[in-house]
Design a binder for this molecule. Structure first.
Ligand code: PRP
Length: 183
């Protein structure tokens, strides 16, 4: 385990199981529909979860990416997510699957929902690896959430603190002293 972590939340093997369950849920949801959903990764946090989920799905999907940032190098959300890189494709008339690593305050999800439905998507389905309901500032929920957590600062498998720890293959709780030094 990385020395900056105090405990493991999900091992690589547990993540693999969560990925399979999410992919099965999505396959059921789009079963019999011939629409080629547009799967969107909200970068950078969801990158590994997104790649694993779309590869575990039986339903063919088109892939696209959007970089949205609201935390910068802080452990607190700015409350104003910023689009750093927009989608390459049009969402008009498409079934959109949005893949997130975590829903925390909910600001990012509200921004993405309003933007994508505002651009004329025909449906909007959200899958997230983690949900932190106790931190919600706006009333929004993912359609499918793999794992609900308390208010702990987690990193790994895409999730960062100040851009570090994303490449860890497991997810753990960051020691408080690491992020309290700076904030
Ligand atoms: C994180 C995470 C979600 C968002 C959730 O992204 O990946 O997109 O915050 O937080 P919220 O519900 O409070 O909006 P971040 O802005 O840190 O960018 P990153 O994905 O590049 O780490």
């Amino acid at each position: 385990m990385n020395k900056d972590l105090e405990s493991i939340v999900l091992t690589a093997e547990q993540i693999e199981n969560k990925v399979k369950e999410a992919a099965e849920w999505l396959d059921k949801r789009f079963e019999g529909k011939n629409t080629l959903p547009l799967a969107i990764s909200v970068l950078k946090g969801s990158v590994f979860f997104f790649c694993d989920v779309v590869r575990a799905m039986k339903t063919p999907v088109q892939l696209d990416f959007m970089t949205v940032s609201s935390y910068g190098n802080s452990s607190q959300s700015s409350g104003m997510p910023r689009i750093v890189m927009d989608l390459a494709s049009s969402v008009e008339g498409r079934d959109v699957i949005l893949v997130e690593d975590i829903v925390d305050s909910g600001h990012t999800l509200v921004k993405m929902r309003d933007l994508i439905l505002g651009r004329g998507a025909s449906s909007f389905t959200v899958v997230t690896l983690f949900d932190k309901p106790s931190r919600r500032k706006v009333d929004i929920k993912a359609d499918y959430s793999c794992y609900e957590i308390e208010d702990e600062f987690i990193v790994g498998y895409g999730l960062d603190y100040a851009q570090k720890y994303r490449s860890l293959p497991y997810i753990g709780v960051l020691k408080r002293e690491i992020y309290e030094k700076k904030n």
